[in-house]
Unconditional design. Structure first.
Length: 74
């Protein structure tokens, strides 16, 4: 039995490739060999910033540390 002109025959594909996602470390840490560590908020830095800047410095310090971690995928 022949396939009509406007209908394509069914194509058979092989098995899809296996995709492995490793979220535990960044690629830069594997390539560079140096393990990047997540920056943590410092209690003492927040304390002194609160004392000297009335809390405004805490906001900028927290934004800095959060951006540093986000940019490095940590």
């Amino acid at each position: 039995m022949a396939t009509p002109q406007d209908q394509q025959p069914a194509q058979l594909y092989g098995q899809p490739p296996t995709i492995i996602i490793n979220n535990s470390i960044s690629a830069a840490a594997v390539i560079g060999g140096a393990g990047l560590r997540r920056r943590r908020q410092s209690l003492w830095a927040h304390f002194w910033l609160f004392m000297f800047t009335a809390g405004i410095g805490n906001v900028f310090y927290a934004m800095h540390v959060s951006r540093w971690n986000r940019d490095r995928g940590l």
